[in-house]
Design a protein around this ligand. Structure first.
Ligand code: UD1
Length: 420
């Protein structure tokens, strides 16, 4: 299994181009199941999760082709199988997103129930209840969700609580071909949800309320193929900016949408960073200063994202003073803390809150991450720790960060991969 070795290399500098958003690309790829003619997608990141999604689509009879610029053409006109098997759902929870489009277009779907997950139990009850409200019959048998509907799904008024990103996306994709009007209340407002809605509208759907917590969907008879470019990855951008913050450096992320990063940029400023934004770029400059501690509470968009929590935890671990980080979205999302403590951080956990006292120095150690963002936070710690940090289970990073070593090399970091 691959490992990443990270050595302290002092300050980072330069600029890094941000890839397309993983969490937008996955639902959009799956949304192609709804189209009766081929879709062309660009700015899709080359990631393990994207490969898994393409495998899943191909297993259903979808034709997938790449052009010389690595744009993807997806033709779902001849679906042969309406099933997401355990092996694929188990490696990537987002596979559950095929439920809505398959049920909406074909009136049937068989999808494995996702198992437990390193960052909490993550149920899918809201997805299931919403589809039942739209007239679907849903059975859970031998670990599979068996969904069917008698003719088209029917529009319904659906309130979701708590706010769920993939729940909103799944119900949105179920509703676009339903008969009548569906209202999704307390919908997730994440930019990735809006990107999916814009993509569906371009294909012929009729969704209003984009970017708000109430999405109204007038069902249409059919959707057809279009060309679409995925939005930039705000979490990848935030992770590189956090690398600049911990290493007291200056760096620029390009091909981003600064509006998607507002809550995060505000916290970087509170931590003592200077931030400069233009239309598609953000520069963070620490001017060699030590970080100030910042208190954080994770919440649904537009507030501070849970996917940036681990990175800010490392920043606070190196800040001058004490801080707290409260995780309200997922239980059990502090698995990186025990590894950071092994590197010399001073952190204690009480319920869903981490109490952090900044230290002057971290020390390299062999570490192991249990999820994607936790792994990213260990790279950040390794960049400034004295000595060598060896990160095990790199496959978590490969699920969500495109060309991570190459991008960090360009910024002057010492990171390399070893294969056992
Ligand atoms: C998505 C993102 C993930 C991000 C998360 C929160 C993708 C592929 N993943 O995950 O990176 O960290 O949003 O921004 O886009 N819940 C229920 N019942 C449900 C569904 C969810 O109780 O049916 C709960 C979850 O347990 C959790 C909360 O709702 O406590 C939010 O989860 P959700 O927004 O669904 O996360 P994901 O969509 O899985």
């Amino acid at each position: 299994m691959d490992k990443l070795v990270v050595e302290c290399a002092g300050r980072l500098s330069g600029s890094v181009e941000i890839s397309g958003a993983k969490n937008a690309a996955l639902p959009i790829l799956i949304g192609c199941l709804l189209a009766e003619s081929p879709v062309k997608l660009s700015n899709v990141p080359h990631l393990m999760d994207v490969t898994t999604t393409i495998q899943l689509l191909a297993s259903m009879g979808v034709e997938v082709m790449f052009d010389e610029h690595l744009n993807i053409e997806i033709d779902a006109s001849n679906i042969t199988k309406k099933e997401a098997p355990y092996e694929l759902v188990n490696t990537m929870r987002a596979s559950i997103l095929v439920l809505g489009p398959l049920l909406g277009r074909f009136g049937e779907a068989k999808v494995s129930l996702p198992g437990g997950c390193a960052i909490g139990s993550r149920p899918v009850d809201i997805h299931i209840k919403g589809m039942e409200q739209m007239g679907a019959t849903i059975l859970v048998e031998q670990g599979y969700i068996l969904a069917s509907s008698n003719g088209r799904l029917k529009g319904a008024d659906i309130s979701m609580s708590p706010v769920t990103v993939t729940g909103t996306e799944n119900l949105l994709m179920a509703a676009v071909l339903a008969e009548g009007t569906t209202t999704l209340r307390n919908a997730a407002r994440e930019p990735e949800v809006t990107d999916l809605a814009e993509f569906l509208n371009k294909m012929g759907a009729n969704i209003t309320g984009l970017g708000t917590d109430t999405l109204v969907i007038e069902g249409v008879e059919r959707l057809s193929g279009v060309e679409y470019s995925v939005i930039p990855d705000r979490i990848e951008a935030g992770t590189y900016l956090a690398a600049a913050a911990v290493s007291q450096s200056q760096l620029t992320v390009t091909k981003v949408n600064p509006k998607h990063l507002e809550a995060v940029l505000q916290k970087f400023e509170e931590a003592g960073a200077e931030i400069f934004c233009s239309e598609h770029e953000v520069t963070l400059d620490m001017r060699g200063r030590t970080l100030k501690p910042v208190n954080i509470r994770t919440d649904p968009y537009p507030l501070f994202p849970t996917d940036m929590q681990a990175q800010f935890l490392v920043m606070n671990a190196l800040a001058e003073g004490c801080s707290t980080i409260e995780e309200t979205i997922f239980e059990n999302r502090f698995m990186h803390v025990s590894e950071l403590i092994r590197m010399g951080a001073d952190i204690s956990i009480e319920g869903n809150t981490a109490h952090i006292t900044g230290v002057k120095k971290l020390f390299g150690a062999p570490v192991m991450a249990t999820d994607l963002r936790a792994s990213a936070s260990l790279i950040l710690a390794g960049l400034v720790a004295e000595g060598e940090t060896v990160i095990n289970r790199v496959y978590h990073l490969d699920r969500g960060y495109e060309l991570i070593e190459e991008k960090f090399h360009k910024l002057g970091a010492h990171i390399y991969r070893i294969t056992d």
